[in-house]
Write a protein that binds this ligand. Structure first.
Ligand code: 5GP
Ligand code: ZN
Length: 124
């Protein structure tokens, strides 16, 4: 179910170590690093190491890998102090932008983990 690295894909190149990344979490199949232009005190991107363009493409090709990405996002949130043991839970937001109208700019699926400040809903 693996997919080959895409030579002109920014995130494939970060996984390959060709472009530096501020890595906060890495497993066999999942990679997480700080966003270069953070929109909150915590802004981490969680990606599968395999290249898939969108969350729907990933879900279709390798649903277990999508589950690993979501679990890694939860691990990152805990590491960042956004998950409390009981009661006072600061909270966090997971976002995946798909397509131009939603503002997807990198075509390697990624989950934004955002937290550390109050976030409004709806996001606009
Ligand atoms: P999208 O707009 O596709 O949902 O999110 C792409 C994200 O990648 C943006 O939040 C953007 O700031 C981030 N990004 C773009 N280039 C780089 C980079 O070279 N390094 C890191 N760490 N993040 C990047
Ligand atoms: Zn890629």
């Amino acid at each position: 179910l693996g997919s080959e690295p895409v030579s002109d894909c920014l995130f494939c190149r970060m996984v390959a170590g060709e472009i530096p990344a501020d890595v906060v979490h890495s497993t066999d199949r999942v990679f997480a690093f700080r966003d270069i232009n953070p929109q909150a005190p915590t802004h981490v991107l969680v990606i599968p190491k395999d290249h898939h363009r969108t969350v729907g493409a990933l879900a279709a090709a390798d649903p277990a890998l999508l589950a690993e990405v979501i679990s890694a996002a939860q691990d990152v949130a805990r590491q960042e102090g956004l998950v409390a043991g009981d009661g006072e839970e600061p909270g966090f937001r997971l976002v995946t932008n798909t397509g131009p109208q939603a503002g997807q700019t990198v075509h390697h699926v990624h989950l934004h983990v955002l937290g550390g400040r109050h976030m409004n809903w709806p996001p606009g």
